[in-house]
Design a protein around this ligand. Sequence first.
Ligand SMILES: Cc1ncc(COP(=O)(O)O)c(C=O)c1O
Length: 387
Amino acid sequence: MHPLPLPPEYIRTLQPYVPGKPIEETQREYGLKKVVKLASNENPLGPSPKALAAARKSLGEQHRYPDAGAYALRQALCKSLSTPERKLTAGELLLGNGSNELIDLLIRTYTVPGDAIATSQAAFVAYRVCAQAHGTRIVESPLTPDLRFDLPALLELVRKDEGVKIVFIANPNNPTGTHNTESELREFLAGVSKVRGGTIITVLDYAYWEYVTDRGGANSIPDPMKLQAEFPNVVVLRTFSKIYGLAGFRIGYGVGSAELFSFCERIRMPFNLGAPALAAAEAALLDKTYVRQAIRENQQGMKFWKKELERLSIPYWPSQGNFLLVNARKGFGKSGVEVFQECLKVGVIFRPVANYGLHDALRISIGTMAENRFALKALEKVKGTRA
Ligand SMILES: Cc1ncc(COP(=O)(O)O)c(C=O)c1O
């Protein structure tokens, strides 16, 4: 046998990202025709027809490389994100192959192996995967008892660990669905701006912002663009994978300082976004009717699930996203994985979240109303209220 090269220790010990279980795999394994997947926080409506038409139109030109500068999408985003108070410029945007790529780019640009990122326990797992893949340490503050980021504890970690270069805050967080309020975030950002000359980057991951209904109040989720304007080392991450229904195309964007992004641009692969994806994103951004419909569908689904979960005495955590985290232990007397496995047998895929340390919880993505009704039957069966 020839000698086997070994990657560094941090690669050998890396726990890879576990995606939601695919529909086809579940059909094969359980011999089922109908399978409903409410496991990946996708938009159940399917892509906007306008986005699809734009992608199709670009297909004849696929012998050419895409526009590496993504001029048209950048212009469309600048127009859509600018306000009378703030005119956004193209350099203040960073485009990625999903916002996942932006998490990776920021970590590779601004940390060296041995440095650290700071986040919370049960934060979106990509922060951990990307950091470890680069040999960057991860320091985590504990969750509050109501499963929210403990921002004062996170600030303490940042103060104490000299190696922390980037903080990741998902608002709302996935998989918990819970959020931090404007005053909590402001206090945190003001605190961080006083640590190590204010050079630490805070990433506000707002993948679910368009779904957020709780806006404008004291305990609401703050507008990330306003915070970014006030705190220049804040980077806001957004995505076309959720409300815009384009998860398969892989497009995300960051809003932040042009100087800060200029270094990420040096290591970004020039053609990280394909032309059909760019065309689809631009069209989706302009399709306001589709976005409004997606918001309505989500609100209707959310209302349905909350009512039904309450009827079945299955507790859940408050969520501002397109998903709900339920307490499987209290609701069923079972672990999240056990409920997940039982539901698979009847063709419903939910998401266990044991990999987040949340062994007793199960995440439900909001589907179409037909999907929600079908999936509810699976939970009723596990609960024993349905034969
Ligand atoms: C909090 C959060 N951030 C980012 C992402 C990644 O999105 P993208 O598809 O843009 O890479 C997700 C996807 O589930 C998410 O939940």
